[in-house]
Design a binder for this molecule. Structure first.
Ligand SMILES: *[C@@H]1O[C@H](CO)[C@@H](O)[C@H](O)[C@H]1NC(C)=O
Ligand SMILES: *[C@@H]1O[C@H](CO)[C@@H](O)[C@H](O)[C@H]1NC(C)=O
Ligand SMILES: *[C@@H]1O[C@H](CO)[C@@H](O)[C@H](O)[C@H]1NC(C)=O
Ligand SMILES: *[C@@H]1O[C@H](CO)[C@@H](O)[C@H](O)[C@H]1NC(C)=O
Length: 481
């Protein structure tokens, strides 16, 4: 076991103790039992089906090892890769699908810019494909390909990659020592503005449609409040599970990591979970038929909330072959600060160092959400452990009046944070709803839609700790062989 992996193991163990003693740790026994039951049952039933008809569950395991352009090409769509240099020298890779089925090339198309969340990359918008699996009552259809759906609806689609992920690890200064000294603050200040400018120049469009998932929203709000001139360049922002205020975050894994913050909160900031470290391992451990597959599902549920019926186990190797795509430790720390402070504000360097960064102020200044004038449509999941409903609603109140033009709860009581990326029914539950509103917003008809109600709280089982602990240790040992 390498030192780094030993440290990770130690961290999770420590965090376990910290989390178990956190007063707002979900202790709803019925919720925990339901989660545990449902997950185990779903996985056992799936295993039975799979053993009976393995040929009906052909996975795109190969996608785990393909790049995003290679996957786009495999589906028969055209692609382009563009290098964008930010004002502070980071080189980001944008992936473009310029046109699709039934919509040829040509000017005057709507332009969509999709931005992934923490530890994601551009693969988040194309992974898992469009196919039926299984037989009879066990038959299901998986369809989560946001980018292709937008392309087929005649959008010119651009997918961003934040600094630090698989596709964006270059800098104009190849010897830059503090490469990972950034958080979502810098992504908002530089990555999003640079990408928007590049896309608008390349397409000659006056403005674009932005779609962000989680940190794709966090950094967007930083960009629009700190550099308000960019508001006019975005026609509509569709916010999927926006992470802004975070005090009600229920995610166990995230709460665990809070305990580790003091250890990591100092330079040099480092790269967390680079893809090279996990892709082959994930493909092997999470493959259908592998006895460790349920653990892979459990880890995802612990992070973003549980929704066994919507997780396509067959797609796990492809998903985990791309995500986690890596980010800086400072990005995690900045989120940790949001959870602890309950505020949406700049990086906290501590009372001693803050004055140097913030004109003598002891605490970091809050982002001024009132400066955001781009119209925002917000979509949230009722069982999202990270972007909690209460926090999402608070952000709606903090935006200026008239800024939020749509607020929708996804119509699945178990819908969680990561379902926005790869739920089996993403097409019906998310993409149709989001794209219908984009159309409605652009060409309004007299009818309006009201937000739906209802809220279900999910929980996490203490028993799952043990699982996480074991898996982390296992990964650690395995990776050092
Ligand atoms: C969980 O499963 C056990 C055993 O199958 C059952 O007795 C119990 O009622 C279930 N609990 C919930 C909340 O579904
Ligand atoms: C983008 O940068 C990469 C890495 O330096 C390089 O291999 C590639 O050719 C560049 N692409 C373009 C279009 O300039
Ligand atoms: C998805 O698959 C269904 C059924 O095979 C097909 O009718 C539909 O056109 C496909 N959609 C896309 C965007 O590929
Ligand atoms: C929004 O409208 C309410 C009610 O009209 C008002 O009390 C509040 O001050 C307004 N907020 C902003 C930011 O304009």
């Amino acid at each position: 076991m390498t030192f780094r992996n030993f440290l990770l193991f130690l961290v999770v163990a420590t965090a376990t103790v910290v989390t178990a003693t956190t007063p707002d740790f979900p202790r709803d026994a019925a919720g925990q039992e339901r989660l545990w039951n449902e997950t185990i049952q779903a996985i056992l039933e799936f295993k039975k089906e799979f053993d009976a008809h393995p040929e009906l569950y052909q996975a795109e395991d190969g996608d785990a090892l393909l790049t995003v352009p290679e996957i786009i090409a495999r589906y028969g769509y055209p692609w382009e890769a563009h290098n964008v240099t930010t004002e502070d020298g980071y080189i980001l890779q944008l992936h473009r699908i310029p046109y699709g089925l039934g919509c040829g090339e040509g000017a005057g198309k709507r332009v969509a810019y999709l931005q992934h969340g923490l530890m994601g990359d551009s693969s988040n918008w194309i992974i898992t494909g469009n196919k039926s699996r299984g037989l009879g009552v066990a038959k299901y259809h998986v369809f989560c390909m946001t980018a292709f759906e937008l392309v087929d609806a005649c959008y010119d689609v651009w997918m961003g990659n934040y600094r630090g992920n698989t596709y964006s690890r270059l800098h104009t200064d190849p010897n830059k020592a503090d490469f990972y000294d950034f958080s979502w603050h810098e992504m908002g200040m530089y990555d999003i503005p640079a990408s928007i400018d590049y896309i608008l120049t390349a397409t000659s469009a006056p403005s674009l449609y932005y779609v962000g998932h989680s940190m794709g929203c966090t950094a967007f709000f930083v960009a629009m409040s700190e550099r308000p001139e960019y508001n006019a360049k975005v026609k509509l922002m569709s916010a999927l599970a926006p992470a802004t205020f975070m005090p009600n975050t229920k995610s166990l894994v995230v709460r665990l990591l809070l305990g580790l913050m003091p250890i990591f909160d100092r330079p040099p900031y480092m790269l967390v979970l680079p893809i090279e470290w996990t892709e082959r391992l994930a493909a092997a451990l999470c493959k259908t038929g592998s006895p460790t597959q349920p653990l892979c599902a459990m880890i995802l549920f612990l992070i973003g909330g549980d929704n066994a019926p919507q997780l396509d186990l067959v797609s796990l190797p492809a998903i985990l072959g791309h995500s986690p795509a890596g980010s800086s430790s400072k990005t995690f720390l900045h989120y940790g600060q949001s959870i602890l402070s309950g505020e949406f504000r700049k990086y906290d360097y501590g009372a001693e160092k803050n004055p140097e960064h913030y004109d003598g102020a002891l605490t970091p200044p809050a982002y001024d959400l009132k400066k955001i004038t781009t119209k925002i449509a917000i979509y949230y999941g009722p069982n999202d452990f990270l972007a909690d409903r209460v926090d999402v609603i608070r952000s709606v109140r903090e935006f200026g009046n008239g800024t939020v033009v749509n607020l929708r709860e996804i119509e699945d009581p178990l819908f969680n944070h990561l379902d926005f990326v790869w739920a089996k029914d993403q097409h019906k539950l998310v993409n149709e709803v989001v794209m219908d509103f984009m159309e409605e917003f652009t060409n309004p008809t007299p009818t309006t839609t009201a937000p739906s109600g209802g809220i279900t709280l999910g929980g996490g089982g203490v028993a799952m700790w043990v699982v996480v602990l074991l898996v982390t240790g296992f990964w650690g040992m395995k990776s050092s062989i």
